[in-house]
Design a protein around this ligand. Structure first.
Ligand code: NAD
Ligand code: GLY
Length: 360
């Protein structure tokens, strides 16, 4: 088992290893010692796969367990589901000293985490990520949110978990596409801060992901600890996300988050090279690693459409967008960019006439 300490205002541990779900109860009881009840939150798919095991582990540690399941998918990360979850917690008489356990992917973690941040003005919660993407990104760092019809993650709160328990054995049931999406965020952490991690993943996904997940969590944890509220250095975690969110939005959310981030990372790396910010091998290595991990690198939208979509992104601050520029593998720079300059920047990372004909 790997143990990573996250040194945020309220420090916590991330545990990564195969088979950890069996110990979820004891670990939760230790991290939330005043809890007598645990609300176990999952989507329907994860509830069916791992709900019984998690509930049994929690009950085995003496916690009284209430289970809440919601239909899977980003389209259910809404105020309506959040409202139903809050009512469930109230009906189950969860108190200030009890806890919420988020068992599932990033949708579950964001939803349950936002409920934990706001129910009774804040209760403890434990993240038990079951997707690779949630393990390396969404479960760590305390960002919680739901979507509005107007955009993703527009309502949320910072609320760090009391503990993260990542049983890498749960990845065995993930579809290939979900694994690839997680690899995009893993590779992202390599590009931001660790060339050795990047190189270890560049030839494809390793059979045992625990060590890479742990290193990735360590990287994210260090960055988050230095800028918990996302006002400075944490923004480097948005590598590939400015263009990526635009791609997601323009596709009507049919291109999943991880694939969109891969497209965004490849595009920004090509643009960084075209504008003299990095050597040619940087985009070449990023594109090759993404492709070998089953991810798309060609952007199906043109620069004008991408720039227009960025205008509705919440990461825009006033009239500037902070782009994350890969200067080398393992080093990125934050580059505040006027929104008026975005289209030209994106265009420099696209072949003339766009890439639409190349498909995904
Ligand atoms: P998800 O939670 O929707 O999970 C993807 C699919 O996999 C779902 O259908 C789910 O039912 C299924 N699934 C989950 N675990 C499984 C398993 N072990 N076996 C089989 N199927 C399983 O999505 P995701 O990709 O995990 O996360 C995406 C979400 O995370 C987005 O809403 C995004 O905004 C959010 N996110 C948040 C942060 C953050 O810092 N809070 C960071 C990155 C992403
Ligand atoms: N996923 C980016 C962050 O947590 O800041």
């Amino acid at each position: 088992m790997h143990t990573i300490s996250i040194q945020t205002g309220r420090p916590y541990e991330v545990l990564v290893g195969r088979g950890l779900l069996a110990g979820l109860g004891e670990l939760t009881a230790q991290a939330c010692p005043r809890a007598t009840r645990a609300a176990l939150v999952s989507d329907d798919t994860v509830a069916m796969l791992y709900g019984e095991a998690a509930a049994a582990a929690l009950a085995g540690a003496g916690l009284s367990v209430s289970r809440f399941a919601f239909p899977h998918g980003e389209e259910n990360k809404t105020l309506a589901t959040y409202g139903r979850l809050l009512s469930f917690l109230a009906r189950e008489r969860l108190t200030r000293t009890d806890c919420i356990v988020a068992l599932g992917g990033g949708v579950t973690g964001d939803l349950a985490g936002f409920a934990a941040a706001t129910y009774l003005r804040g209760v403890d919660f434990v993240q038990a990520p079951t997707t690779l993407l949630a393990a390396v990104d969404a479960s760590v760092g305390g960002k919680t949110a739901v979507d509005l019809p107007e955009g993703k993650n527009l309502v949320g709160a910072f609320h760090q978990p009391a503990l993260v328990v990542c049983d890498t054995g749960t990845f065995a049931t993930l579809p290939e596409e979900a694994l690839a999406c997680g690899m995009a965020e893993l590779l992202k952490h390599g590009v931001i801060a660790d060339e050795a991690l990047f190189d270890s993943l560049a030839a494809g996904r390793p059979a045992d992901l625990a060590a890479a997940v742990a290193r990735s969590v360590e990287i994210k944890g260090q960055i988050v600890a230095g800028d918990e509220r996302d006002n400075g250095a944490r923004q480097c975690l948005n590598l590939g996300h400015t263009a990526g969110h635009a791609v997601e939005l323009l596709s009507g959310l049919t291109i999943p988050h991880g694939e969109a981030v891969a497209i965004g990372m490849a595009l920004v790396a090509r643009a960084a090279h075209a504008t003299g910010r990095c050597a040619a091998d940087v985009p070449a290595r990023i594109e090759a690693a993404l492709a070998r991990n089953g991810l798309p690198v060609r952007c199906p939208f043109d620069a004008h459409a991408l720039a227009g979509a960025v205008l509705s992104d919440k990461k825009r601050r006033g009239d500037t967008v902070t782009l994350v520029i890969p200067e080398a593998i393992g080093r990125c720079a934050l580059c505040p960019t006027p929104v008026g300059a975005l289209e030209a920047f994106f265009a420099s990372g696209l072949p003339q006439g766009g890439e639409a004909s190349h498909g995904r």
